[in-house]
Design a protein around this ligand. Structure first.
Ligand SMILES: NC(=O)c1ccc[n+]([C@@H]2O[C@H](COP(=O)([O-])OP(=O)(O)OC[C@H]3O[C@@H](n4cnc5c(N)ncnc54)[C@H](OP(=O)(O)O)[C@@H]3O)[C@@H](O)[C@H]2O)c1
Length: 332
């Protein structure tokens, strides 16, 4: 494995930019937003000053990659991230996403736009909110976009690269065929997909290996279940998406109670994940690094304490082969 820290190296192909093995996900720090009929899409109330402090602490601790989206908090997450990175922009790699339509004033999301013209407008708006002159990784947020439209968007991204507006691009999708279509573009560097101890994604990880992509891993902590904070109690916060989970969100039940099915599986592997003095969250991140040398998990956060705990996972590194085998056996 080379030097002790060599396992941490990840490069965004095409751009030559180094991202490191750990990023931070900025969905929660967008604060509250919703569908037009009021269903929450955020993670409840957040304290912007705490979010800013958490981002800065993460940078101090060596986290150099931040993933957001224009739609998180209807633009608020990008603004908070921009504020946190003021004066430190060159130390980090910034990824954002486009495709969803939203209203910054009402903080609602309503619909999507898959046209190249909209992609350009969204990009200009993201640059403004983030207070930067380029996006390092620009990602299509609409995971089910038909291939023909996606090919046009891939070509639009190549134009954005040529104009110096973005350095590389990728697609947030769980479909290897779609990811492969984007990967055919010269500056496509990554695919963002779900994967964690409880739900592996072998097809996507194989695709990244074949195509030389980075796998940016969303929901690496199963939206908090693998960080242990949810325990067995219901969510009190009505503005939290986990309190009123949409159909795709299986970790939590209506009212915000963690699903018994998943809680049992977390308990089955807790001891192995927390061996060697790791916390549960640190063990879950170590599992992803051991799973593939191309993963960049992006745990969500909203406090300085969470930022510190998750950044410290880097000092523990990947789980050992024997621990991975034990976990596979326990979950089989
Ligand atoms: N379609 C897409 O492209 C897409 C979809 C989903 C996510 N994402 C990206 O992936 C990122 C991460 O995924 P995620 O936010 O869904 O979930 P996650 O990373 O699996 O879980 C994050 C949540 O776990 C809790 N947590 C984190 N660290 C903790 C710690 N050390 N101790 C205790 N609790 C901790 C926090 O929630 P509490 O404090 O409330 O417990 C936090 O918001 C997002 O922020 C976003 O950037 C993208």
């Amino acid at each position: 494995m080379g030097t002790e820290t060599e396992w941490r190296r990840r490069t965004l192909g095409g751009s030559g930019t180094d991202v490191g093995a750990l990023g931070f996900g900025c969905w929660a720090i967008g604060g509250e937003w919703s569908t037009p009929d009021g269903s929450p899409l955020g993670w409840g109330e957040v304290d912007d000053d705490e979010s800013v402090a958490a981002v800065r602490r993460a940078v101090d601790l060596g986290v150099t990659f931040f993933d957001t989206a224009d739609v998180y908090g209807s633009g608020h997450s990008e603004r908070v991230l921009g504020r946190a990175l003021a004066g430190r922009r060159d130390e980090v790699v910034v990824a954002t996403k486009w495709g969803n339509l939203f209203d910054e004033r009402t903080r609602t999301m309503d619909g999507a736009d898959r046209s190249p013209e909209y992609a350009r407008r969204a990009l200009v708006a993201s640059l403004r909110r983030l207070g930067t002159d380029r996006i390092d990784l620009y990602q299509l947020h609409l995971g089910d976009t038909p291939l023909a439209e996606a090919a046009e968007l891939r070509d639009a991204c190549e134009e954005f690269v040529a104009e110096g507006l973005i350095r590389s691009y990728g697609w947030s999708t769980d479909d290897p065929e779609r990811a492969a279509l984007f990967a055919a573009g010269e500056h496509c560097a990554a695919v963002q997909h779900a994967c964690n101890v409880l739900e592996d994604a072998p097809g996507m990880l194989d695709l990244s290996e074949e195509q030389g992509l980075i796998s940016v891993i969303r929901s690496p902590l199963a939206m908090g279940l693998l960080a242990g904070t949810r325990g067995r109690g219901p969510r009190a916060d009505a503005g939290d998406i986990r309190s009123t989970p949409p159909a795709w969100l299986s970790w939590f039940e209506a009212g915000g109670m963690p699903s018994e099915h998943w809680v049992k599986r977390v308990e089955a592997v807790r001891e192995v994940l927390t061996a060697d003095g790791r916390t549960l969250a640190q063990g879950a991140l170590g599992w992803l690094w051991a799973r593939s040398g191309r993963t960049v998990p992006i745990p969500g956060f909203r406090t300085v304490a969470q930022a510190e705990e998750n950044a410290a996972a880097l000092t523990h590194g990947p789980l050992r082969h024997g621990q991975m085998e034990e976990i596979a056996g326990l979950l089989a």
